[in-house]
Structure formats: structure tokens, C-alpha cells
Design a protein around this ligand. Structure first.
Ligand code: ATP
Length: 231
């Protein structure tokens, strides 16, 4: 479970990206977060792996308050998170295989089992047998699949993706959206931002909308508002 408790985030320079967000995401939910450019979507995502920290309020992940998590504990938290963020670009001087292997190298995974996991992750995203290729030779959609394979290779229980369908042709974007749906159906909690929520509509996600740092909409697949269901 991910909990945002009255979370505000003000960046140096005084810009308020999040103005007080309270939210609970249950295990196994598929959540699509939308909102205009600058609404605070990326900021909200970055608070979960502690890339950013809230100015006030708390973020809890499976009961642990990560808002003040010591730096040394952050890698342990991230082992359980799959991240496809704007910053998490592929290494273009490394093969597809090596890109996906990276998180396992960082966590010191035994090499033999790591290789097996990389192969499984590539198969999971439809890139089986493509490990030896270099990212530059792949299409944008395929590169995004490599980034997703890298995010899931540690078998995280939570997958977080920032605009994973941006800059993709509609057909590729739809493929990526259905890939997230399949992870969710396998039990992974998925939180994804998009400018085009209709891409994920077939997955009947919970829909959140941010506007100027405030949550303005929270609709569960039933069509009911989250606070109505909780009541
Ligand atoms: N590191 C930073 N330092 C200062 N201001 C920042 C920083 N990161 C984001 N901001 C500002 O905070 C606001 C929210 O940014 P954020 O990236 O969270 O929005 P967003 O909804 O993800 O936008 P987009 O859809 O364009 O990616 C923006 O005005 C942005 O300029």
C-alpha cells in the first residue's frame, strides 16, 4: 500500500508542485494519473522512490514512512520498486541485455540467475532473443520495452512509470499500455502517468487527475469516487 498523507512539495525557488495531496493506493491497483503539464505528476511519482522528498506531509510505502528515510536505506526501498522515469534513459553504449541486467548488477545478484532473469524479462516485454542488439538499432517503442524490462527484472511489487507512452506512435503506445495491464493482472501495483488516459481505458484503471498540485479527481473502475467507496 502506498499512502500520501497531506503531501506538499515546494521546490527551491518557491514553486509549489504539490499543494497537499492525500491518497491511498492499495496493493494490486492499476492507477492512471493525468493532468496538465506542470500539474505535479512527475513530482508525485518521484516521492515514492525518494528521488524527491516532501516539504511537508508523509509518504508511506507498505507502512514505512519514506519521507525521512536515511540515504543508505534508499537502495533497499528501490529494490521493490520498478521505475520507468523520464530520467531513466537507456545506456546507448551497452547492449539491450546489459541494460536490462544493470539493476541486478547493482544489487549483486548471482550472475547465472541474473542472466536467466534478464532473458525472462525480455521475453515478458516481447523482445526475446534481442539481447545482443544495441538500443540505437531499436524503434522508440522497442526502446521503451527495454526500459520496462529493466524496471521489472527485479520482480518489483510496485511499478511506476512516467509517461511511458510519450513520443510513441499510437499502435506502439497501445502495446505499451496493454503491457502495463498484463503486469497488473499478474498482481503488480501499477502507477502510471499519461497525457492520454484513453490509452489505458480498456484496463479499467483507477483514474487520478492533478491540477496545480491538487488532486481534483479520483475515480475507481466502478465509476464511483474513491472517497465514496471508502465511506
Ligand atoms: N527539480 C525542480 N526544481 C524546481 N522546480 C521543479 C523541479 N521539478 C519540477 N519543478 C516544477 O514543479 C512543477 C511540477 O512539475 P512536474 O514535473 O511534477 O509536473 P508534471 O505534471 O509531471 O508535468 P509534465 O506533464 O510537463 O511532465 C513544474 O512547474 C516544474 O517546473
Amino acid at each position: 500500500m502506498i499512502v500520501f498523507d497531506e503531501v506538499a512539495k515546494r521546490y527551491a525557488g518557491g514553486y509549489t508542485a504539490l499543494a497537499g495531496v492525500s491518497l491511498e493506493i492499495r496493493h494490486g491497483e492499476l492507477v492512471v494519473l493525468s493532468g496538465h503539464s506542470g500539474a505535479g505528476k512527475s513530482t508525485l511519482l518521484k516521492l515514492i522512490p525518494v528521488i524527491e522528498r516532501p516539504t511537508s506531509g508523509r509518504v508511506l510505502i507498505n507502512g514505512q514512512d519514506v519521507s525521512h528515510l536515511p540515504r543508505a536505506a534508499i537502495p533497499y526501498l528501490r529494490r521493490n520498486l520498478g521505475l520507468v522515469l523520464q530520467e531513466s534513459r537507456l545506456l546507448f553504449d551497452r547492449s539491450v541485455f546489459d541494460n536490462v541486467m544493470l539493476p541486478l548488477v547493482i544489487t549483486g545478484h548471482p550472475p547465472r540467475d541474473a542472466a536467466r532473469r534478464v532473458a525472462a524479462a525480455l521475453e515478458r516485454v516481447g523482445l526475446e532473443g534481442r539481447g545482443k542488439e544495441m538500443p540505437a538499432g531499436l524503434s522508440g517503442g522497442e526502446q521503451q520495452r527495454v526500459a520496462i524490462a529493466r524496471a521489472i527484472v527485479n520482480r518489483p511489487s510496485i511499478l511506476i512509470a512516467d509517461e511511458p507512452t510519450a513520443h510513441l506512435d499510437p499502435a506502439y503506445a497501445a502495446d505499451i499500455a496493454s503491457l502495463f495491464r498484463s503486469f497488473n493482472e499478474a498482481g503488480v501495483t501499477v502507477l502510471v502517468t499519461t497525457h492520454d488516459a484513453s490509452l489505458f481505458a480498456a484496463s479499467r484503471p483507477r483514474r487520478l487527475v492533478l491540477a496545480k498540485g491538487l488532486l481534483t479527481e479520483d475515480t475507481r473502475p466502478t465509476g464511483r469516487l474513491a472517497h465514496e467507496e471508502a465511506a
